[in-house]
Write a protein that binds this ligand. Structure first.
Ligand SMILES: [Zn+2]
Length: 243
């Protein structure tokens, strides 16, 4: 069994997906995270003196967080933080398609096109690129040049969007996808918190994050956005139901 998570920034893998990644990793599922930016536009910059230095630090923090979450393959691409809405759609989607064809996951996790509860535009775009890549990785008429390098099309079976049952007060409105699966992550809540804290440059966010996770964070919520087998929408118990 294998699962691929596609994110926008270092720390998303912990903050949005960490409980689920840790839980499935412990169950023996092979997990991977592809993050599209190195997070150089972050407000909190630690001791970094330049954007390049911050990128290097955040790449190390991301690797530490992924190790803690038991992620077997982790990778940061080099798209501009805060600039995904202007990124080349063919280029980014192709970069994700080639990785789906290499990693061959059954399940893909990402943000919804609204960008999750924070509605961050990079989260929204990561979800849109990932959704296209999920569909196109299985087709022979998309990125056919990749087949010359020995790759084969790969059809992942299920695509999930990270979603939730709360909104954040005082923010612009956001409409999230309905929850179709809630995963109890209480057994790995501390692992999720520690993985977030591996992002030491983001230390000023730790108290807010911990408070939110302890108050609302016993579950991570998912929306089944697409599946290879046509079916009626229903509540599920597990990401790999029916796989
Ligand atoms: Zn983010």
């Amino acid at each position: 069994m294998s699962l691929l998570c596609i994110t926008a920034h270092p720390d998303d893998e912990a903050g949005n997906f960490g409980g689920t990644l840790a839980l499935y990793g412990r169950r023996g599922v092979s997990t991977a995270v592809i993050c599209l930016t190195a997070g150089a536009a972050a407000r909190h910059r630690g001791h970094a003196r330049s954007g390049d230095e911050l990128k290097a630090i955040r790449r190390d923090e991301f690797a530490a967080s992924c190790r803690r979450l038991g992620v077997q393959h982790s990778e940061i691409l080099d798209y501009g933080d805060g600039q995904l809405a202007g990124a080349d759609i063919q280029q980014v989607t192709g970069d994700l398609v080639v990785r789906i064809r290499r990693l061959r996951p059954q399940v893909v996790l990402t943000f919804g096109p609204e960008g999750g509860v924070t509605a961050h535009p990079d989260h929204a775009m990561a979800g849109i690129f990932a959704s296209l890549a999920f569909q196109w990785a299985g087709r022979r008429d998309r990125y056919a040049g990749q087949f010359e390098a020995g790759l084969e099309p790969h059809r992942a079976q299920k695509l999930y969007y990270s979603t939730g049952l709360i909104t954040i007060e005082g923010r612009q409105p956001v409409a999230q996808a309905p929850v179709t699966l809630s995963i109890d992550i209480s057994a790995v809540l501390d692992v999720k918190l520690l993985a977030f804290q591996d992002h030491k440059t983001q230390a000023p966010l730790f108290p807010i994050f911990e408070e939110a996770v302890r108050r609302h964070g016993g579950f991570e919520h998912w929306h089944l956005a697409a599946c290879a087998d046509p079916q009626l929408a229903r509540e599920e118990n597990d990401l790999f139901d029916g796989v």
